[in-house]
Write a protein that binds this ligand. Structure first.
Ligand code: G3I
Length: 379
């Protein structure tokens, strides 16, 4: 009896999954051979397959940064289950720290490309695109740079060489580059004091960074990326004015992206769609690049069902805002499992910010993304 039940269940599973796997292999031959190994999951439960054609669903690839101080080995290279899920579910990858200056350019005359290479190769094998992150930023710069006492002329040469080297190395393999990251503060003022490039070289260096990146990889789409721009506000106004000005000067700016690190403390930013749309109307591509939704965890650390529902609603609204804007074709979450999330490390008492638990079981937010993508695909 027990055997029989097992056999029936196995047959039923086979009947359900085989046709799906077969049709996906014909629809997308380039990735078919990989999916063939995953019959048991079918393909229709994958976010990347649920998405409309040409719409990329991405995740940050955990590694470097805060992970270095945690009690687990490097997630991307060591956690097989994590890698497998990353390959199955997503069509875009963003190195979380592995392309930042501190990581990829640890000494003035030494680059460390190993991890970035491995991510780009993984993406190729899994038919995924890559978002490069990031080239001009005030944070996570190596000490040799920040404390180097270089002249303006030297700094300019250093930035140019870095951009030419890093962008050039991956030319043709990066879909979007976050060229300039977080250059404005909450009041819409340039971070002149904090940002070594703007402080030492003046704001004109921003246009140069885009020009140099474009020369090194004419195909990559070049973005401004920031948090706190999920509404029409002082910061997004500042970007709007800057982008308009740069476009007038024919600087190769292609995109504006909203990181979207959200918290249930502050409510969902209702102006997200409007904010994306006004950049769309300037002719730019837009993207959501680092979405997560953190919450205050009750005693014991487990979110309540109501909290998980609220989180699912935020994820769904952020995705819908992007789907509603014509050239918003890239939607990335900042990690897909709580196990590796930056949130609990940075915000005491907060967490559960991603769509899967530590053991990769799915939260309501995962299913909300999945059904919203499927719905959009129908239209
Ligand atoms: O570099 C210092 C080192 O000198 C010091 O000894 C050590 C002691 O704590 O800290 C080191 O800094 C770490 C840094 O990564 C660089 O390795 C921080 O502790 C660590 O918290 C940090 O984490 C990364 C963070 O960016 C840095 O800003 C996270 O892993 C990463 O998820 C996060 O990602 C950013 C995006 O790039 C941009 N948008 C916001 C997003 C979340 O903060």
């Amino acid at each position: 009896m027990r055997y029989l039940r097992f056999a029936t269940a196995a047959l039923a599973t086979a009947a359900l999954t085989l046709p799906l796997a077969a049709s996906s292999a014909t629809a997308d031959p380039s990735s078919g051979h990989r999916d063939a190994h995953h019959h048991s999951h079918g393909t229709s439960d994958q976010l990347r397959r649920a998405a409309p054609d040409g719409f990329y669903v991405g995740t940050a690839v955990a590694g470097g940064g805060h992970h270095l101080e945690q009690d687990y080995p490097d997630p991307f290279t060591s956690d097989k289950k994590y890698r497998k899920t990353m390959g199955q579910q997503f069509s875009s990858l963003s190195p979380e720290n592995q392309m930042k200056w501190e990581y990829i350019h640890p000494e003035q005359n030494r680059y460390d490309f190993a991890m970035a290479d491995a991510i780009v190769d993984f993406a190729d094998r899994n038919n995924q695109v890559v978002r490069g992150h990031t080239l001009l930023w005030h944070s996570q710069n190596p000490a040799w740079l920040e404390e180097g006492d270089f002249s303006a002329k030297e700094l300019r040469a250093i930035l140019r060489k870095h951009i030419t080297t890093v962008v050039g190395r991956y030319a043709g393999r990066i879909q979007q580059w976050d060229v300039a990251n977080e250059i404005f503060d909450g009041e819409g003022k340039l971070r002149t004091e904090e940002n070594i490039w703007i402080r030492e070289l003046g704001p004109g260096i921003i246009a140069d960074a885009f020009r140099w990146a474009h020369e090194a990889d004419p195909k990559a789409k070049l973005f401004f990326n920031d948090y706190g721009v999920e509404d029409v506000n002082a910061k997004s106004d500042a970007y709007y004015a800057l982008v308009k000005d740069l476009l007038k000067q024919r600087v190769p700016v292609d995109g504006f992206s909203s990181q979207a690190h959200l918290s249930t403390r502050y409510g969902f930013p209702g102006g997200l769609e409007e904010s994306l749309r006004r950049f769309d109307k300037l002719g730019l591509e837009t993207a959501i690049t680092e979405l997560d939704v953190r919450m205050d965890l009750p005693e014991g650390g487990e979110p309540t069902d109501a909290q998980l529902q609220q989180q699912a609603d935020y994820y769904q609204q952020a995705l819908s805002a992007c789907l509603a804007v014509k050239d918003c074709n890239s939607f990335t979450i900042w990690g897909f499992t709580d196990k590796y999330s930056w949130v609990p490390v940075f915000f005491e008492g907060e967490g559960s910010a991603t769509v899967m638990r530590d053991d990769l079981t799915r939260k309501p937010a995962f299913f909300a993304l999945q059904s919203t993508l499927k719905e959009a695909r129908k239209h």
